[in-house]
Write a protein that binds this ligand. Structure first.
Ligand code: PLP
Length: 375
């Protein structure tokens, strides 16, 4: 088989083999519905409890603060819609570099009469506490700022932002979909009220995630139905996926220090390789960023063209753009941080993972140099 280099771990990750092994038994053997009282469902009930405890311990939460969902999109929708509808306050504050799971949810709430306020961000893609201070007021119901950005990796000053929200009597939610399993997260230390996560970003299966909801937070369920998840999230639990998520999260959390060291070393190799090849580029994002997330904008180039040329060479990366059938538009994140026009269109995201090697990086650098020089 042709060697491929997967460098798009911010899009999704490979299922961890131990997570896969742990899942199998709950698909074909212990497949009982955990809501049933008979003994055949005992194993499913037991692993659900253990998974909830394990996931809670990975983020410093209590088990009954973890609600299983279908992933990041559902968790984000639930956090915003479930909370604001319980409030008299009408303002929602979000950063302009949030994932569409937050931005489009906020937009949908604005059509129902809520006022949506977009924070400023710096050129590094950071929502400074002073920016929030100047926008928040007594009508703010919730502030939602992501823990780390999916396109440029910038890590946000979450504990300071949460403290400002609380001073004004507002609630603080963070979309931690990209950060979970990759940097240490303690919900109490960060002072957050709700947090969204998705398993497929940390080597768990697709279609499963969770929402952390601090005890005492008043939320409406997103969906009506059965009494699962304390009647807060109806629907028969995806036991196998929950088990896979739990195993994958524990493994990733236990190896954050080693993975970070490895990824930062690959990053340095990649950036110095691009420089040694004399390529004209800007690196996007903040100094404090997700290890392995590298957003670069090449002058007078085209990210989509780079993606397709690398694809032909068996290298998989992403662009900084949202494509429709006719136009390539610079992404809302690249626009928000003000990347100059002659660089913006040439933006790509290389998101390295723990299995990438120095040889992979060498190959990415030489392939990029080859394509860019031939342009
Ligand atoms: N939030 C962020 C920051 C993301 O990067 C993503 C996925 O790319 C999501 C939310 C959506 O998560 P899911 O794919 O689990 O619905």
């Amino acid at each position: 088989m042709k060697k491929v280099i997967y460098a798009d771990h911010a899009a999704t990750t490979k299922l961890d083999i131990d997570a896969f092994d742990a899942m199998k038994g709950f698909l074909v053997d212990s497949y009982g519905n955990p809501s049933q009282p008979y003994s055949f469902s005992r194993d499913a009930k037991k692993v659900l409890k253990e998974a909830r405890e394990n996931i809670a311990s990975c983020i410093g939460a209590d088990p009954d603060e973890i609600y299983f969902t279908s992933g990041g999109t559902e968790s984000d929708n639930w956090a915003l819609k479930g909370f604001v509808k319980k409030q008299d306050r009408k303002q929602i504050i979000v950063s302009p570099i949030e994932h569409h799971a937050i931005l489009h949810t906020a937009e949908s709430l604005s059509r129902e009469g809520y006022e949506v306020c977009l924070l400023d961000v710096t050129e590094e893609g950071v929502a400074l506490p002073s920016f929030l201070e100047s926008r928040i007021n007594k009508d703010t119901a919730i502030v939602s700022v992501m823990l780390a950005n999916n396109e440029i990796g910038s890590i946000q000053p979450i504990s300071e932002l949460a403290a400002i929200a609380h001073d004004q009597g507002a609630l603080f939610h963070t979309d931690a979909v990209q950060a979970m399993g990759h940097i240490n997260i303690d919900v109490r230390e960060l002072g957050i009220d709700m947090l969204s996560a998705s398993a497929h970003k940390f080597n768990g299966p697709r279609g499963i995630g969770f929402l952390y909801v601090k005890k005492g937070t008043d939320l409406y369920p997103l969906m009506d139905g059965g009494a699962q998840e304390h009647s807060m999230r109806a629907g028969t639990e995806n036991v196998a996926a929950i088990v896979g998520m739990s195993v994958a999260l524990r493994k990733n959390c236990d190896s954050i220090a080693d993975n970070t060291r490895h990824l930062l070393s690959l990053e340095r190799q990649l950036i110095s390789g691009l420089k040694q090849n004399g390529l004209d580029f800007i690196r996007n994002g903040a100094e404090d960023h997700l290890p392995g997330n590298i957003s670069v904008s090449f002058k007078d180039s085209d990210g989509e063209m780079l993606l397709h040329r690398l694809d032909l060479m068996g290298i998989y990366i992403s662009t900084g753009s949202a494509c429709d059938s006719k136009n390539t538009q610079v992404s809302h994140v690249i626009k928000a941080i003000g990347v100059p026009d002659d660089y913006a269109k040439g933006t790509i995201r290389i998101s390295l993972g723990k299995d990438n090697t120095a040889e992979d990086v060498e190959c990415i650098v030489s392939s990029l140099a080859h394509v860019l020089r031939a342009e």
